[in-house]
Design a protein around this ligand. Structure first.
Ligand SMILES: [Zn+2]
Length: 322
């Protein structure tokens, strides 16, 4: 479960039961003073036991450990409320912290899903079982807010915070220029495609995501440490592939709308998804949920580009080609 990647830099693979993501990578940098733990796992026993035995094996004392959390998703943030001690600094970003601390977030999200066609009964199931609800932090965590250009010095490493909105509004990557090392969170993954989802009309995450890919494209990077699956070296090539992937998805959404105007849930049901279920009807609610979020993100992107338009039909939003 533990792999030494560079001197004093280790990866702990923390399992995510029932998740198609399989596991999340927590990176641990050991130093004389405070050590740094980057992303933590979900707030559940299966993650906690692997993290605590991993940290023990690495001889990291939680009283002398700080945390950096790339973004708000429970697999990255959730366990920090259990692991952090009163001598820990928890670096996190403002936009994601605002969502975590907001009251009524889930209600807003479910209203948004409903008017975009997500069926009521499944909606309740999806929200009830949502890992972001079940396995997020418990209680209050005092975040130290990080922003673009901030640096975190730890042993031989000097990391720069790079804001990369898209996967979430406040997502931050860490870049170590002298070592050409990029800790990418869920911004750039190699074996799977980061989920880009929209849960509010006020945003356009796909547009932000594509900009954030361009933003880091020219960074000198020899090794990428992603939030999920294996480390990789082909940074530029992978960014091009991800951009191409979303262009293909955008084209797919257009061809679905050529059949006539429809709501986002219906569009999602006709897109191709890399899952083991043969039909949309067989998707578990959670999978439909993520697929739906991704479909809306692509619809919003096309709308802002002026390619499609929306109208209210009864209490639902439907989209059509312009
Ligand atoms: Zn994520």
């Amino acid at each position: 479960m533990i792999e030494e990647i560079l001197p004093n830099l280790y990866k702990i693979e923390v399992p995510l039961p029932q998740s198609p993501l399989q596991a999340i990578n927590s990176y641990v940098i050991k130093a004389q003073g405070q050590s740094l733990i980057i992303d933590t796992g979900q707030n559940r026993e299966e993650c906690m036991s692997v993290m605590s035995s991993g940290l023990k094996e690495l001889d990291v004392d939680l009283k002398r450990a700080d945390f950096f959390i790339t973004h708000l998703h429970a697999d990255h943030l959730g366990l920090v409320s259990t692991l952090a001690t009163d001598t820990s600094t928890v670096y996190f970003n403002q936009a994601d912290a605002a969502i975590i601390n907001s009251v009524g977030h889930w209600e807003e999200v479910s209203n948004f899903a409903r008017i975009n066609g997500f069926p009521g009964d499944e909606l309740q199931r999806a929200i009830k079982n949502h890992p972001g609800r079940k396995y997020s932090i418990r209680g209050h965590v005092d975040f130290h807010i990080s922003k673009e250009g901030d640096t975190i010095s730890i042993g031989d490493y000097l990391f720069k915070c790079i804001e990369t909105p898209g996967h979430t509004k406040g997502h931050i990557c860490l870049y170590e220029p002298s070592k050409k090392l990029f800790i990418s969170g869920d911004h750039v993954l190699n074996d799977i495609t980061p989920n880009i989802s929209l849960w509010s009309d006020k945003e356009n995450p796909l547009s932000e995501y594509l900009e954030s890919l361009d933003k880091v494209y020219n960074f000198e990077v020899e090794l990428v440490l992603p939030g999920h699956r294996g480390t990789f070296k082909n940074f530029k090539e992978r960014i091009q592939e991800l951009k191409h992937h979303h262009q293909t998805r955008v084209n797919e959404v257009i061809s679905i709308l050529e059949k006539g105007s429809q709501d986002a849930f219906k569009v999602a049901s006709q897109m191709t998804w890399d899952v083991t279920y043969e039909f949309w009807e067989l998707f578990p609610s959670a999978q439909k949920w993520f697929a739906f979020g991704e479909a809306v993100a692509h619809l919003k992107y096309l709308e802002e580009k002026g390619k499609i338009q929306r109208e209210m039909r009864g209490r639902k939003v439907v989209f059509s080609l312009k």
